[in-house]
Write a protein that binds this ligand. Structure first.
Ligand code: IPE
Ligand code: IPE
Ligand code: MG
Length: 260
């Protein structure tokens, strides 16, 4: 089992986690796992090495998020636009995802992690779809960290899908136009059963969201770093959380007003 931050033998973890206010954790952290290619390029290596190293980082960050007590971690692994990359790079990314499930699912399960996927999963290779289904089923009853992997995910595709789901109900006369509310749109997204992200992390020095969680990020706090994803360490996650805890979230109100 992974050590808990408060575990007897976890002095190192205590040191890096000790400044966190555990009563004010972000419930949901979303990460755009970017910069694998640049990480490899800097070292004169093919991009594939960066993707392999990035998969290792995901392992470490999932573990850290679970130890800290974060409820939901959404990781952007492959976008609907990433199909534009050369076929061999796409193949490798799919293989790494498949290997990740093969190698990690039992350990994730033992550590009470619930694995979920968002995106157009039905467009992936059948073998990968089967592994995804198996991973979700195996961990469905777990009550610890929810690891939500965004694969073949696009925010615009997700909203288009939601519009279709709702329109169909209107056409079938199950709904009227007046029934369409923000809550209904939210319930028609892949993330229907999850809270909106409190904190978005994008490494690698780019300041954009690249079609990630367009609806859900409306009031999310953003945290950017120049570090490429393969170099991203639990310490950086801690830093992002500490910065988040200094932010004042107003949700359109003014300081110290309660939401009505
Ligand atoms: C993120 O790293 C991995 C995916 C998008 C799948 P990149 O491959 O985008 O790395 P850079 O941005 O080219 O450095
Ligand atoms: C976003 O990164 C997608 C993932 C990390 C999976 P990209 O590398 O695809 O984003 P752009 O193209 O730089 O905006
Ligand atoms: Mg990139």
């Amino acid at each position: 089992m992974w050590k808990k931050w408060f575990g007897k033998n976890s002095t190192t973890q205590q040191n890096i986690y000790c400044n966190i206010d555990f009563t004010r954790l972000p419930r949901h952290v979303a990460i755009i796992m970017d910069g694998n290619g640049r990480w490899a390029q800097k070292r004169g290596l093919p991009r594939t090495f960066g993707h392999r190293a990035g998969a290792e980082t995901l392992r470490d960050i999932v573990k850290a998020a679970s130890e800290i007590g974060i409820k939901v971690l959404t990781a952007y692994a492959f976008s609907t636009e990433n199909w534009r990359r050369p076929a061999d790079e796409v193949d490798l990314l799919m293989r790494l995802l498949s290997d990740y499930l093969d190698n990690e699912i039992d350990e994730l399960d033992q550590n009470n992690v619930q694995v979920k996927f968002i995106g157009k999963i039905d467009e992936l290779a059948k073998t990968l779809q089967n592994k995804i289904e198996k991973a979700q089923a195996q961990t469905a009853q777990n009550t610890g960290l929810i690891l939500n992997l965004a694969v073949n995910y696009g925010g615009r595709a997700e909203l288009t899908r939601a519009v279709k789901i709702i329109s169909e109900k209107v056409l079938n006369k199950e709904l009227t136009l007046e029934d369409i509310t923000e809550e209904m749109i939210e319930r028609s997204l892949y993330t229907a059963d999850l809270p909106a992200p409190d904190l978005l992390i994008r490494p690698s020095g780019d300041f954009r969201i690249s079609n990630f969680l367009l609806w859900q990020l409306a009031y999310t706090e953003f945290w950017f770093t120049d570090i490429n994803w393969p170099d991203f360490k639990p310490e950086h996650l801690v830093q992002a959380i500490l910065d988040f805890q200094q932010r004042e979230r107003r949700f359109g109100g003014i300081k110290n007003t309660k939401k009505r």
